[in-house]
Each structure stands twice: as structure tokens, then as C-alpha cells.
Design a protein around this ligand. Sequence first.
Ligand SMILES: NC(=O)c1ccc[n+]([C@@H]2O[C@H](COP(=O)([O-])OP(=O)(O)OC[C@H]3O[C@@H](n4cnc5c(N)ncnc54)[C@H](OP(=O)(O)O)[C@@H]3O)[C@@H](O)[C@H]2O)c1
Length: 239
Amino acid sequence: MEKRKILITGASKGLGLAISQKLSGEYTLILHASKPESFTNIEPGNHILCADFSDPEAINSFCKQLKKEHGDLYGVINNAGVTYDKPLNYQPEREIDAMLNVNLKAPILICKTAMKIFSLTQQGVIINISSVVGESGNAFQSVYAATKAGLTALSRSLAQEAAATNTEHKIRVLSVSPGFIETDMTATIPEAIKQKYFNMIPAKRFGKVDDIADTVAFLLSDKASYINGTNIHVNGGLI
Ligand SMILES: NC(=O)c1ccc[n+]([C@@H]2O[C@H](COP(=O)([O-])OP(=O)(O)OC[C@H]3O[C@@H](n4cnc5c(N)ncnc54)[C@H](OP(=O)(O)O)[C@@H]3O)[C@@H](O)[C@H]2O)c1
């Protein structure tokens, strides 16, 4: 049987890299990062499709190329994300735009492209990587948290939309909300704040990239065929 084809955005490091390593072999992968140089190693048989999502024109070109070259797409992991943590009062508009474009506009347009492709076979899975703060909120992450809340609402709505337009289909749309996971994104958080988070985690450890990659691999598989239109928290009990 031919391998299913999966797009993973932000696959050069952190969660995206761990997800790509977990899915490699079972699936054919389309790996995305902001630029090709972000990748150090590409498994033979996988594809590279890069774009800087802070630029709306680059998102549009990316989606056009995705549709043109990968009409057999089966799954999408919308994982690329950025955060610029500071009080909203001091947040420059360019940072607000970058978070809106990378974290929300790109996933929305990629979902639109994927849903068009999925409509041909009435099957496919989208997993949008949200965040615990999309539900809890977090001081100095107002815009980031808003984009992540947007992804959970997008996922729920699209799952309903797939059913509203087709009574018989195998399309699922989900979001996953990681808690505090050790990656480059959390590496620069000051120790005192890390300790504050640590004290709030009943599991008494920070998350590892494989905690998320294992969850994504399961949700993507047919074993999760009845999990749809919901948000899965992977946070050690943080909320
Ligand atoms: N780490 C956590 O604790 C945590 C918690 C909750 C949610 N999340 C979410 O999980 C996802 C992955 O986080 P991470 O911790 O793995 O982050 P990371 O290590 O900083 O990796 C971010 C990925 O996104 C890509 N990216 C960044 N800016 C981009 C842009 N302008 N255009 C296109 N791609 C861009 C990066 O590509 P380049 O290498 O080319 O820059 C990289 O592949 C994010 O959506 C994040 O919000 C993380």
C-alpha cells in the first residue's frame, strides 16, 4: 500500500522535528521550515517546502505550491509558531502581525488548501498545534494566546464544516495543546518563571518533545478515527 503523505510545518527543530522523526518511515513527509537552510538532515523520499509565514504573500505561494505538487495530501500538522513575550502595551505592531500571520493566518490558509484536497477523496486529518495558554491565558502572551485560542476554535468549526457539507466522509480536524515542553521556544524563559510553571505541574516534570510527538502520531492514525473536533491537552495536569 502507498504511504500516506503528511505536511508538517515548523519541522526543523523542537516539536516539529520530533513529530517528523516519529512519523518518518510510516508516512511520506512534506517538511516545512521558514527556509531550507533550517534543515540539517532530510531523510530520502521526503519533500521540502519552505516559506516565511510572517509574509502573507509567502503563505499564499506556499499553499498554491502545496496544492499543485501534493494533490495526494492525507494529513497536515500545523505546528510552526512564534512568540514574542511582552506586555501588550509595549508590543510593536510588527510582532503582533508576525504572530497573527505565522500562528493563525498560515494554518487557516493551509487548512483551506488541505480541505480542498481532502474533498476529492473525502478523507484526511488536520492537527493544529495550539497551546495550554489558548485556554488558560498568560500574562505577557496576550496575542500569542489569542492565536492559539483561534486554532482550537478553527479546528472545532472545520470538523463540523466537513460534516455539514458531506454526510459520508473520513475527514477529522483536531487541535493539540502542549503545556510547558523543553524546546528552543522555552529555553530563554528565566529560571524563576520556569520554577513557577514547574510548581504548577502535577506530573512534576516539564514535557518532552516525544510527549507531543507520540500524541500526534496516535491522533493521526486510524486508531483515533473517532477522535474529532476536539482539543487534546498534553500538559502533565497544568490545567
Ligand atoms: N515548546 C512549548 O512549550 C510549547 C508549548 C505550547 C505550544 N507550543 C507550540 O508548538 C509549536 C512548536 O513549538 P517549538 O517549541 O517546537 O518551537 P521552536 O523550537 O521554536 O520551532 C519553531 C518552528 O517554527 C518555524 N518557524 C518559526 N518562525 C517561522 C516563520 N516566520 N515562518 C515559518 N516557520 C517558522 C521554525 O522554523 P525555522 O527553524 O526555519 O525558524 C521551527 O521549525 C509552536 O506552534 C508553539 O506555539 C510549544
